[in-house]
Design a binder for this molecule. Structure first.
Ligand SMILES: C[S@@+](CC[C@H](N)C(=O)[O-])C[C@H]1O[C@@H](n2cnc3c(N)ncnc32)[C@H](O)[C@@H]1O
Length: 232
């Protein structure tokens, strides 16, 4: 049985002093380095470009990422656009890496539910994080993200409740039984109905567009979706 909880797991991911923090290293630090979760830096960059196009992100915009980890997603967005960035994550080790990779960014180590709604950013995003929240916690966090955003909120890489069984089977199949138990025992993910985001957005007076998982070459793609919540 795994005695670590998710927070302890994420807090153990740190970089060595003097290590060059390339996009590849940041992606690995953020957990996309094994089993069904592996993503190459090329595919990661394409994914960030797809999301950037969907949101119509341009140079001069500001982007804040909730649960940013080491900042791999923001880093890739900045490969294409000159952006002001900020982020929050409860792993201080990963926040340290983000600060090293993007020294001009505003990064803070904190629990997601403590997200400060000021200062506002054009876009407030979250990639591959909502499955660590309970539904009540997620509703609180989403409302704060909407408050902080000037233009839109994007929540990506959300596990789809409709494909839960298939998704857990794949996760298990790509690892040996021993590896799976070591990696996941006692560590649950929360799955969401697509309608949950639409309902939350409507309650917050916003529109909501749902899109299918779109990370090129990603084994988990078809079990994930994203939501773009627009303020106007
Ligand atoms: C799979 S990683 C994704 C990191 C980053 N968003 C990316 O796409 O590269 C999940 C991140 O969520 C963070 N996280 C999970 N639950 C959190 C919480 N309650 N508050 C703040 N951060 C949290 C973890 O520390 C970890 O960095």
């Amino acid at each position: 049985m795994n005695t670590l909880n998710w927070k302890e797991i994420w807090s153990r991911r740190s970089f060595s002093a003097g290590e060059k923090l390339s996009l590849d290293t940041l992606i690995k630090l953020d957990g996309f380095d094994s089993g069904a979760g592996r993503i190459s830096s090329e595919n990661w960059q394409t994914y960030a470009d797809i999301i950037s196009d969907k949101l119509k992100i341009e140079s001069g915009h500001s982007v804040y990422e909730l649960g940013c980890g080491a900042g791999a997603f923001l880093y890739a967005l900045r490969e294409k656009h000159a952006l002001k960035v900020g982020g929050l994550d409860y792993s201080s080790a990963l926040i340290e890496a983000a600060k090293h990779a993007m020294p001009d960014g505003q990064f803070v180590a904190a629990e997601a539910k403590l997200l400060d709604t000021e200062p506002a950013y054009d876009f407030v995003i979250s990639n591959s994080v909502f499955h660590y929240f309970s539904k009540d916690y997620a509703a609180t966090v989403l409302a704060r993200m909407v408050q902080k955003a000037k233009v839109a909120v994007a929540v990506m890489e959300v596990p789809d409740l409709q494909t839960k069984l298939e998704s857990e089977t794949l996760r298990r199949d790509l690892l040996s039984q021993e590896e799976y138990e070591k990696k996941y025992a006692g560590l649950e993910h929360t799955y969401y109905e697509r309608a949950w985001f639409k309902d939350q957005a409507a309650a917050l007076g916003c529109s909501c567009e749902i899109f299918d998982g779109c990370v090129p070459g990603y084994a988990q793609n078809r079990f994930r979706f994203g939501a773009i919540i627009k303020k106007h």
